[in-house]
Design a protein around this ligand. Structure first.
Ligand SMILES: Cc1cc2nc3c(=O)[nH]c(=O)nc-3n(C[C@H](O)[C@H](O)[C@H](O)COP(=O)(O)OP(=O)(O)OC[C@H]3O[C@@H](n4cnc5c(N)ncnc54)[C@H](O)[C@@H]3O)c2cc1C
Length: 379
């Protein structure tokens, strides 16, 4: 197809979208603010369900999609929620309609998925987007270092703090969800000393009477990545979370050393919790820990600025309680590609994508908020 696209952001949504557009024959360049692919910790495990997998399949060449599946784990049973004594918590009563738990879900290593999605793409690192402008039917884009580019379509895939969204939809709000996580990994070097139940479900959340919670997601890959993909050892993604009022302000938390993060988590998970939870936390790798602040978007109204669109967290950031963020972001990428392949003009295809995306994504933001409130004390 004879058009040029600038994608802002080399997260999973931007890369998947760039792959799909490249397959259609568009000229695509991705601009990323980070200086390099591994410039900062980006998390460990990602759970993909049918919406995300379908989006990924729509965007990727068959061999890359197969490589993604070959380097994933599972499939595993749906998530489960237990109390601090590991007794199941009933939740179905308030499960919103927008979300149907899938019968099977697949754990991926986020870094592996990103490496695969980068294959063959033109990604420029160290380029921070600052503004766009409409010029003679095209869109010009400016970067912090003075670089300038132009395209027929600009895709803002620049995540929760999106600068593209701030200019396109200045009225759109993204708020602090009032939830903090200390996130890390449990290596599986001594798997036999860990409880077997943790490997049965895609994710287990244990919630305490003090409103803290522990989340555990096993990443046991079917095939170890090899060749040009960096090797990864199996692990359990493990997070200790709590409402913000139980922890120091986030700006302080960011300055904590890893040992201090660990001891803070230990203070949240007291003696009343099941011995298995303590056993798991004993194996937490202190070097892997970092703090996270969770954000959630408010609903946005449809927009009609030609030549600029949004996908992923840039438009529908949601708390991770339903693990629907990347799933929805990849679905967006697939929906945009699908709309373009109908043969509609580029502006019409983008308008169709935007309408569909707001229709499925905004209810999921709301569903994540409601479940987050009930389950883990989100605002
Ligand atoms: C603990 C945790 C666990 C999660 N687990 C799951 C899960 O299991 N399943 C799931 O579906 N979702 C999950 N999510 C949600 C998921 O992480 C996000 O929805 C997802 O990363 C969004 O992808 P994205 O590409 O839209 O944004 P991002 O991954 O944030 O990527 C945006 C990119 O844009 C770049 N950028 C930002 N500003 C600029 C700029 N001005 N110029 C250029 N580049 C810029 C950033 O550096 C970044 O690389 C989880 C979230 C958390 C916090």
């Amino acid at each position: 197809m004879d058009f040029r696209v600038v994608v802002i952001g080399a997260g999973l949504s931007g890369l998947a979208c760039a792959q799909g557009l490249s397959r259609l024959g568009a000229e695509v360049v991705v601009y990323e603010r980070d200086q390099a692919v591994d410039a900062r910790p980006q998390g460990y495990r990602i759970q993909l369900d049918p919406p995300g997998l379908t989006g990924l399949r729509q965007c990727l060449p068959a061999e890359l999609f197969e490589l993604c599946l070959a380097t994933a784990g599972g499939p595993l049973a749906p998530p489960r929620v237990v109390d601090e004594g590991l007794c199941p918590r009933a939740e179905q009563a308030y499960m919103p309609q927008a979300y149907t738990p899938w019968t099977q879900a697949y754990p991926f290593n986020r870094g592996t998925l990103r490496e695969i999605l980068l294959t063959g793409l033109n990604v420029c690192y160290g380029k921070e987007f600052t503004a766009f402008e409409r010029i003679d039917g095209r869109v010009g884009v400016r970067f912090a270092d003075g670089h300038w580019d132009s395209a027929d379509l600009v895709v803002g895939a620049d995540g929760v703090g999106s600068a593209v969204r701030r200019q396109l939809l200045p009225q759109a709000k993204v708020g602090d969800a009032g939830l903090r996580l200390i996130y890390g990994k449990i290596p599986l070097r001594q798997r036999e000393s860990l409880p077997e139940w943790v490997f049965e479900h895609i994710f287990t959340v244990a919630t305490g009477t003090n409103r803290a919670h522990v989340g555990l997601g096993p990443v046991v890959l079917r095939n170890r990545p090899s060749g040009r993909i960096s090797p990864v050892d199996d692990y359990i993604a493990c997070m200790v979370g709590a409402p913000a009022d139980l922890l120091p302000p986030f700006e302080e938390l960011r300055k904590y050393g890893r040992r201090d993060l660990r001891s803070l988590a230990g203070d949240l998970i007291g003696d009343g919790w099941h011995p298995d939870i303590h056993r798991l936390l004993d194996h937490w790798d202190t070097k892997s820990l970092f703090p996270l602040r969770i954000s959630s978007a408010s609903a946005v109204e449809p927009w009609s600025t030609p030549g600029v669109t949004l996908l992923g967290d840039a438009v529908h950031a949601m708390s991770p309680v339903l693990a629907m963020g990347v799933n929805t972001a990849l679905r967006d990428s697939g929906e945009l590609i699908r709309a373009i392949t109908t043969g509609a003009t580029l502006p019409d295809a983008v308008a169709t994508y935007q309408e569909r995306m707001l229709g499925y994504a905004l209810p999921l933001v709301e569903a994540s908020r409601r479940i987050g409130q009930h389950r883990v004390g989100q605002h």
